[in-house]
Every structure is written in structure tokens, then in C-alpha cells.
Design a protein around this ligand. Structure first.
Ligand code: R5P
Length: 292
């Protein structure tokens, strides 16, 4: 097996190659003066099982283009089996037509990925709240892996926790709160919105008491940080002792990190699906396991 490291995932690709004890290929990439991308695979991939690892944030468009060039090149160069690992699948949030006339971008990128022919696709905690199984959007065999247990392990490995509870900031994040909570053997919960009046909405943990407990808020993405800040403030208002903020994908639109830290968290941390300064947890073990 050979691992090709896309430019958005150099560290993750190296970690996966190390875990699998296989060769890491760094493609030659150049940008032409007009902005076009040049890609070259500097290795013989003929007859090999090739894994291309490339996240698609940020910037999404050129990272997608690089992914397409790399996948198409390895196919063209005679690779036997091609696996696309797309740790962060950009454009997944538009997974339906919310307003008449909109492009359903998740379906569009799925078709583009399929068109360059990977035999298998892996994503990690893909944001597609209305899609039950990632297999529904790809024609090739596809699997969505999760980083949630790794995030709660990081928490327990690094902090002395008092009666911990894992909380998702909304109904959609229930899946990650449940997986992280179960892995830690801790209580888990998610927040729900309750309408108190025409203009008053209360957001609170569904049933659990958080008073004098340590809480980790878990979400798939921190983008603007708005969701995380709201959740942290609510937990503090309900008496949580210490609050930690965790996500799989640190999209971190400008100012997000400052906002979340400013809400009074002990630490904000993420995985390396998007390589950032808060990428404290690597998803390499789950990716390598899936590839084995
Ligand atoms: C929403 O459905 C997602 O799971 C995240 O909660 C959301 O993308 C976070 O975005 P932001 O950081 O901008 O609030």
C-alpha cells in the first residue's frame, strides 16, 4: 500500500503511513501564474493499492481540485485499487435544497469525486445531518469514520475530571456526544431548544444536571464559534465546574478561536482532519484501522 499526501493533509498522511508501515508519497505540486494547479506523482504506482489523503478545507475549491488531480493521476498511472480518504468533506453542509433553486453542493462534490474513480471513500464525521449513511451519496463503497471517542480519550488522558459529562450543543450533535460519552464511560447529553414565548427560546441540556461537574462540549465543526460559545455559556450558567470545547473539524473562520476561548473554556481542541494549531488529536488510528 502507498499513501499519497495531499497538501491539505501532510501530517495526517504521514501518521497514517507510519501506522501502516507503508511508503509515503509527497506529490509534486505547483501553481501556474494563472492559478491553475500542476500535480505529479513522483513514484511508480502501477499495480499498487494507493491511498490518497486530502482534506478539502481550507480553501475548499483548490483543495478539491488537487484531490481530483491526484485521484485521476493515480488511476491513469495504473494503480490497482484507489482509496480516497477525505478527512473533512467540504460542501457537505448544503445537503439539501433549503430554498428553491439552490445547488445541492454535497451531491455535486460526491459526483465529482466519483467521476475520478476511487474504489472506496472514507470521510470522518461528515456533516450531513439529513443523510443517515454516507453510502447514500457515493456510488463507490463509502464509510464515515468518527473521531468522537478519540476526543474524549484526549480529555481523560490530559485532565483530572470531576464527574464528567459530554454534551452536544444541538440535537444533531447527539451522535458525537453519545460516542464520546460511551467511550469515556461518562454521562452524555445534548442541548435542546425550548420555545418559551414568541420571541424567547431557551437552550438547555436535555435532562442532565451539570452543576459542579466537568463538561466537554463536542461538535463536528467549529466554524464561526457561535454554536460552541452559546453551549459553553449555557453550561456555565447551569453551574458546570470546568468546560472543555472539542470538535473534529477546526474550520475556525476568523476570530472563532478567540471567541471560544473568551467564553471561558479550559481548552479548545480538535483533530487533524483539518491541520490547525488546535489539532491535538490525530485521527490516524481510525483511518489506519479502516485501511487495514
Ligand atoms: C451545525 O449543524 C454544525 O454541527 C455545527 O454546530 C456548526 O457548523 C458550527 O458552526 P459555528 O461554529 O459557525 O456555530
Amino acid at each position: 500500500m502507498l499513501v499519497v499526501a495531499g497538501s491539505a493533509s501532510p501530517k495526517l498522511a504521514a501518521r497514517v503511513a507510519q501506522q501502516l508501515k507503508c511508503q509515503l508519497i509527497k506529490p509534486e505540486l505547483k501553481r501556474f501564474p494563472d492559478g491553475e494547479l500542476y500535480a505529479r506523482i513522483p513514484a511508480d504506482v502501477k499495480g499498487e493499492n494507493v491511498v490518497v489523503i486530502q482534506s478539502t478545507c481550507c480553501p475548499p475549491n483548490s483543495n478539491y481540485m488537487e484531490l481530483f488531480l491526484l485521484l485521476d493521476a493515480v488511476r491513469d498511472l495504473g494503480a490497482k485499487k484507489i482509496t480516497a480518504v477525505i478527512p473533512y468533506l467540504a460542501y457537505a453542509r448544503q445537503d439539501k435544497r433549503f430554498k428553491e433553486g439552490e445547488a445541492v453542493s454535497l451531491r455535486t462534490v460526491a459526483k465529482l469525486i466519483e467521476s475520478v474513480g476511487p474504489d472506496r471513500v472514507y470521510t470522518v464525521d461528515m456533516h450531513a445531518h439529513r443523510i443517515g449513511d454516507v453510502q447514500e451519496i457515493f456510488n463507490a463503497p463509502a464509510k464515515n469514520l468518527t473521531a468522537a471517542p478519540l476526543l474524549s480519550k484526549y480529555l481523560s488522558d490530559n485532565y483530572e475530571l470531576k464527574n464528567p459529562v459530554i454534551v452536544g450543543p444541538d440535537e444533531e450533535s447527539r451522535q458525537w456526544a453519545e460516542a464520546a460519552g460511551k467511550a469515556l464511560g461518562a454521562d452524555w447529553d445534548y442541548m435542546v431548544k425550548k420555545r418559551l414565548g414568541p420571541e424567547e427560546v431557551e437552550i438547555r441540556p436535555r435532562k442532565l444536571e451539570v452543576e459542579d461537574r466537568d463538561a466537554m462540549v463536542i461538535d463536528d465543526i467549529i466554524s464561526t464559534g457561535g454554536t460552541m460559545v452559546k453551549a459553553v455559556k449555557i453550561l456555565k450558567k447551569h453551574g458546570a465546574r470546568k468546560v472543555y470545547a472539542a470538535c473534529t473539524h477546526a474550520v475556525l473562520a476568523s476570530g472563532a478561536l478567540r471567541k471560544v476561548r473568551g467564553a471561558g473554556v479550559e481548552e479548545v481542541f480538535a483533530t487533524d482532519t483539518i491541520e490547525s494549531k488546535i489539532s491535538k488529536v490525530s485521527v490516524a488510528p481510525v483511518v489506519a484501522d479502516a485501511l487495514r
